[in-house]
Design a protein around this ligand. Structure first.
Ligand SMILES: [Mn+2]
Length: 322
């Protein structure tokens, strides 16, 4: 049984389309300090080296902006997740933009070779684009395609340059395996803003999405029971929580791409705490807090911190796999 948490802070915002998500991890720490919480003093904190200086240079990769730096970030995340595994500690990753999720997931797979990894992606978006299909070039819209090794060539709208493709292949192969997960082992929750290129993958691979409406209608407990059943063949589960899965009116617009009609903060918390009761859950990540965009001072970071605090409390109450 693991009983220790390590925070992995990844202040990269290379994958985001608006600036400021690099300050998300710091804003969450500030929210903690404002409440005079000692949570971040009670656990190991590992900071991923950032490459945000690339944002001060001309972008060389229009179809996967700053992907050269993101390759480095993936490698650092893999290293830290492996270190957590060696120390028998539970990693809580707090990251700027959601491209981080691809690296964390690569790390979970690399730290557990031969194990089947399930993913619960709580998000307003599908994050299934590739350099071939992206309308924006922002890599935070691509992390799941790195894990699924999904170029989605049938829906290509771009012709990425060879150097871009080389880096993209590095992301897909990060940690030494590709694909890292099967589409049937991926569950969406709260996804409500996708593009046709992503819908094609969701439809053809039958990726299950628990909408906000379905979760409310069935109840969280019933949905989580179904998810546990669906992922019963998986050895490990990784939870990726994008704060834009929550309703911006009930939180704030302190995130890069807010979408109306999301989960309430209490619903998000109950979902995550429920998922942590599954002993297979091995890693949690929270992303996309952007204090520069917050119209309610530091509200999104405060909301995120409340959730993180409850997660750490919960983890001290439950035991889970190796
Ligand atoms: Mn996302």
């Amino acid at each position: 049984m693991k009983n220790k948490v390590t925070f992995i802070m990844n202040p990269s915002e290379l994958g985001a389309g608006t600036r400021g998500a690099s300050m998300g991890p710091g804003a969450i720490q500030s929210a903690a300090r404002e409440k005079e919480s000692t949570l971040f003093g009670e656990h190991e904190i590992r900071w991923i080296p950032e490459h945000n200086f690339l944002l001060d240079q001309e972008n060389r990769f229009p179809h996967a902006k700053h992907i050269d730096g993101i390759v480095q970030i993936f490698d650092s995340l893999i290293e830290e997740i492996k270190n957590c595994q060696n120390r028998q500690e539970f990693p809580i990753v707090i990251a700027g933009d959601h491209s981080s999720g691809g690296g964390t997931l690569a790390g979970v797979c690399a730290a557990n070779p031969g194990k089947r990894v399930g993913v619960i992606w709580i998000d307003a978006h599908g994050d299934l684009h590739s350099p071939y299909t992206t309308p924006s070039g922002n890599v935070h819209g691509m992390p799941l395609a790195t894990a699924l090794a999904e170029d989605n060539i049938d829906y290509a709208r771009n012709q990425p340059a060879p150097e871009t493709v080389q880096h993209w292949n590095a992301l897909k192969n990060a940690g030494g395996s590709s694909p890292k997960i099967e589409a049937q082992d991926l569950v969406f929750m709260g996804v409500r803003d996708t593009e046709k290129e992503e819908n094609a993958i969701i439809d053809s691979k039958g990726i299950r999405n628990y909408t906000v409406a379905e979760v409310r209608e069935k109840g969280i407990a019933q949905c989580l029971q179904e998810i546990e059943q669906k992922l019963s063949a998986c050895d490990l589960i990784y939870i990726s929580f994008d704060v834009d899965s929550m309703d911006p009116e009930l939180t704030s617009h302190g995130t890069g791409t807010p979408v109306p009609n999301g989960f309430t903060p209490d619903e998000a918390k109950d979902i995550i705490l429920g998922l942590l009761e599954n002993p297979k859950t091995s890693c949690f990540e929270l992303v996309e807090v952007n204090p520069c965009l917050d119209e309610k001072k530091n509200k999104m970071a405060e909301t995120a911190f409340d959730i993180i605090q409850e997660i750490v409390q919960k983890l001290s109450d439950v035991s889970w796999n190796n």
